[in-house]
Ligand binder design. Structure first.
Ligand SMILES: [Zn+2]
Ligand SMILES: [Zn+2]
Ligand SMILES: [Zn+2]
Length: 383
């Protein structure tokens, strides 16, 4: 478990940033091949290691014993850690630069790392020796290790921290802190993951301590996050709207199929006058048939029937007109008024024309029909 309620919980991006002594970026050598790293994989839990535990133990013993150590690392609370310039310099090009500059001030050189718990520095330096860490240490100090590995250019450890966060150490409690660190430490993948997590869990994240501190220390970032939250919200609404629209177009498409089917083959109680009907006939395969059957029956007997007076009849008029616009050949079509509507279309206003054209296009697109009149087959083929 990542500990947030312990002393480590005091770690906050806002105030902490100023305390850590950042090396001057101008002194940072290029990362190139300078970090060969040791051959051992950082994680004891996965991956392949070609270094035996004896070797690893040897490096850790060297660190723990401080045998012939020639560097003092000053940490918070005036606690010193002893290390070897050769190893620090080989593992971190930034350390190498600092050590080079501090040459000549006595035999033992010193480096200061403040603003992070001493234990985190200890874990960091140990990693420089053996490329290993304890799982619990990673859980406790992943944020500090991420920053230290970035500042001192130890890409192997930085990758490890990013990976461990991705694999589960990232939580709604720490995501705001880590998001800011990811931006600061140039970890684009991690910042993207944090950003997504914040948007997906906005309600929970916005009540965390991390969010409150960010609000105070980085109001611009808070504003940006809120804006992207609104964008995401709109995108979500747009997605829902599109899904609903598609449903409607699909229903219309099905109604069109069923209309042709009823007028051509007849179904159950309704159909062309030259067909026989059985009321106990098995249900047909057209999903919209049943509903349309009721509508057609109503339309046939409704006293009002005038367009605009009865909502059911109005619906029927619309379906008939829509059919006519989709119908390939009114001469052989058996849908009532198909030809009449085709003639009416030529007299229609530009505005209505555009409205209908858009609707037809959308229905065809819903079924991925390449714009060809699609009722020709429905009319020609027997059911
Ligand atoms: Zn039917
Ligand atoms: Zn009616
Ligand atoms: Zn027709």
């Amino acid at each position: 478990m990542y500990v947030t309620k312990s002393r480590k919980a005091n770690f906050r991006f806002g105030g902490w940033q100023q305390h850590l002594q950042w090396p001057d970026p101008k002194n940072r050598p290029s990362t190139g091949n300078s970090q060969k790293g040791l051959a051992m994989n950082g994680s004891p839990l996965r991956g392949y290691s070609c270094v035996s535990t004896v070797t690893k133990d040897l490096w850790e013993r060297l660190f723990d014993s401080g045998y012939k150590a020639d560097v003092t690392i000053n940490t918070d609370n005036n606690n010193d850690i002893y290390a070897h310039a050769n190893i620090l310099g080989m593992a971190s090009p930034v350390m190498r630069g600092i050590l080079r500059q501090s040459k000549g001030r006595g035999r033992r050189r010193s480096i200061s790392i403040h603003g992070v718990p001493q234990d985190a520095v200890q874990v960091f330096i140990r990693f420089l020796y053996s490329s290993c860490y304890e799982k619990t240490d990673m859980e406790d100090y992943v944020l500090h290790l991420l920053v230290l590995s970035h500042v001192f250019v130890v890409p192997q450890l930085k990758r490890e921290c990013e990976q461990q966060l991705e694999l589960g150490l990232l939580t709604t409690d720490n995501v705001v802190d880590i998001f800011q660190l990811a931006l600061l430490c140039d970890a684009p993948r991690l910042s993207l993951l944090c950003h997504r997590m914040i948007l997906r869990n906005f309600v929970n994240v916005s009540i965390t301590e991390g969010w409150k501190v960010m609000k105070q220390s980085h109001p611009v970032l808070e504003k940006e996050l809120l804006e992207s939250m609104i964008d995401e919200d709109n995108r979500q609404k747009e997605r829902i709207r599109k899904v609903n629209d598609r449903k409607i177009y699909l229903q219309l498409y099905e109604a069109m199929e069923a209309l042709v089917h009823i007028c051509r083959d007849g179904c159950r109680t309704i159909g062309p006058h030259d067909k026989d009907f059985k009321e106990n006939q098995a249900p047909c395969n057209y999903t919209a048939c049943k509903g349309l059957e009721l509508l057609v029956r109503h339309f046939a007997s409704c006293k009002l029937r005038v367009p605009g007076k009865c909502i059911h009849c109005k619906r029927m008029w619309q379906l008939l007109e829509l059919h006519s616009r989709l119908c390939a050949d009114s001469d052989v079509c058996r849908v009532p008024l198909c030809r009449n509507f085709k003639e009416k279309i030529t007299r229609q206003s530009k505005k209505d024309e555009i409205k209908w054209k858009i609707l037809v296009k959308k229905i065809l697109r819903t079924k991925s029909i390449g714009g060809a009149p699609f009722f020709s087959w429905a009319i020609a083929s027997p059911s």
